[in-house]
Design a protein around this ligand. Structure first.
Ligand code: ADP
Ligand code: MG
Length: 472
């Protein structure tokens, strides 16, 4: 996984860095790098970061977040003290390498500032030697940094800045507990900066745990309603459930959240979808916690096409990229409607908000249009193209590994087992979730059986494990 900054931020309209309390040497360095003015996220977050306050900053990929924290931690750095003064946690080795390079560029204004990447896949011994020789800034993945902490090869007494970069991605990859381990062992008196491209509920939770009265900076201009394409389709009440099938076959979204107003309707819709060969699961209050976890895991890692839920069941759902939200019923409350459809079209993705309404719902649709201050068109279901009758198949399948946190299994162990001896590529492996008793990993659907066989025959963290494909 790499982080491609698609287009460098356009910053013509931004303010000059000289507005900030930065040293002349640093300003000259920025000039040299061709950074004429601040990008919007830099303009919004640097004054806070430089003031020493904790910060949550949200802006899309490629918006210049690295310099936003890089300048803050460099500004505070004492180059004479060869001790780790700042630590940046990143989700992957590639991202850690990119951040290391950017910080090194920004550090050129000063002689001899040591920035060290600490990721898996490089020899531990070399990293330990570098740490012994003195390092100012470490940038790494939570797992490897944890390893160094456990061995005592990294000292954090002088640490004054902790950065969680791409925090949403780190949570996606199952790093919550590793982040917690590291953060709890950092000095209490420190500044914590959290950067993220999206803002799912998990981020708020993380911030409550490890940040102190953070200032929040969000640049949402890219997430505006225009990213959500909204369409209403008129259909007689009794035709709603088959109409959902038609919508799915026409739009063919990878992940869809379908809202029903009642539990009974949820059950009926799941049955209708399954009859049509669509992989659907439902969330309802009758599920045990473990079952609920499994449903959410399968949906979030793209091995289930449609999640059917009521508003209550979907509360607090932490799912980032949804291609579509389908409202099987129009809600009478426009606030709820807006909240429902806000779950699609996040980040860089466009999203569809598709709603079914019966002729009797026109008033509700009008209320929503008024609340959203826009014109809502009502389309005819007959305009949908259902000629592509190939089944809608989720790209991934979930493997359940019997063994989890209690067995000291970490996401990296599973990724290692799959990409090591088992011979799968990083691209074939999806989201990894480790719970107390079990671990779950998404793998490209075509590799599912092969992966069960190879993982079952091999070892995870030196132990043989039981593996199965999770169905429902
Ligand atoms: P993000 O972390 O938000 O995805 P990056 O920090 O990787 O974004 O920055 C994206 C690109 O923009 C990088 O190539 C970086 O060098 C460049 N960049 C950052 N700040 C500025 C600036 N103020 N002016 C011009 N280019 C910048
Ligand atoms: Mg970044």
């Amino acid at each position: 996984m790499t982080d491609h900054p698609a287009t460098p931020p356009t910053s013509e309209a931004g303010l000059p860095f000289s507005k900030l309390p930065l040293s002349p040497a640093m300003l000259a360095c920025l000039q040299q790098l061709g950074y004429q003015t601040m990008t919007p996220i830099q303009a919004a977050s640097l004054p806070v970061a430089l003031s020493g306050r904790d910060l949550i900053a949200q802006a899309k990929t490629g918006s210049g977040k690295t310099a936003a924290f890089g300048l803050a931690l460099l500004n505070r750095l004492n180059p004479q003290d060869f001790a780790v003064q700042a630590m940046v946690l990143c989700p992957t080795r590639e991202l850690a390498d990119q951040v290391t390079q950017e910080i090194r560029r920004l550090a050129r204004f000063q002689e001899n500032i040591k920035v060290l990447p600490l990721c898996g896949g490089s020899a531990m011994r070399n990293q330990i030697t570098s740490l012994e020789n003195g390092v100012h800034i470490v940038v790494g993945t939570p797992g490897r940094i944890m390893d160094h902490m456990e061995r005592g090869s990294i000292k954090l007494d002088a640490l004054n800045t902790l950065v969680l970069d791409e925090a949403d991605r780190m949570l996606d990859m199952g790093f919550h507990d590793d982040i917690a381990y590291v953060a709890k062992r950092c000095p209490k008196e420190r500044q914590t900066l959290l950067f993220s491209a999206t803002y799912p509920e998990g981020i708020a939770q993380l911030a409550r745990q490890f940040l102190r009265q953070p200032e929040e900076v969000k640049l949402l201009e890219q997430h505006a309603e225009s990213k959500i394409r909204q369409r209403f389709y008129e259909v007689e009440k009794e035709q709603r459930l088959p109409a959902v099938v038609s919508l799915l076959k026409h739009y063919r979204p990878v992940s869809t959240l379908a809202f029903c107003n009642t539990k009974q309707q949820c059950r009926d819709l799941v049955n209708t979808l399954r009859h049509a060969g669509i992989h659907a699961l439902t969330l309802n209050g009758d599920l045990e916690q473990r079952e609920r976890d499994q449903v959410l895991i399968q949906f979030a890692n793209r091995s289930c096409s449609v999640l059917v839920a009521t508003d209550v069941a979907a509360r607090g759902l932490d799912i980032a990229d949804l291609e579509a939200v389908i409202n099987v019923d129009v809600t009478p409350d426009p606030e709820i409607h807006i909240h429902r459809i806000g779950r699609t079209g996040r980040g860089d993705q466009d999203g569809w908000a598709l709603s079914l309404c019966s002729p009797g719902d026109r008033r509700r649709v009008a209320t929503i249009a008024q609340a959203m201050n826009c014109q809502l068109e009502i389309h005819d279901l007959a305009t949908l193209d259902n000629s592509d009758d190939s089944p809608l198949v989720p790209p991934m399948v979930t493997l359940q590994i019997l063994g989890g946190r209690k067995d000291k299994i970490r996401p990296g162990d599973i990724l290692g087992a799959l990409t090591g001896e088992a011979g799968f590529t990083r691209e074939q492996v999806g989201k990894i979730t480790v719970t107390d008793q079990s671990s779950y990993v998404a793998i490209a659907r075509a590799c599912g059986r092969d992966a069960v066989r190879k993982l079952g025959a091999g070892k995870v963290k030196g132990k043989t494990v039981k593996v199965r494909i999770l169905t429902d």
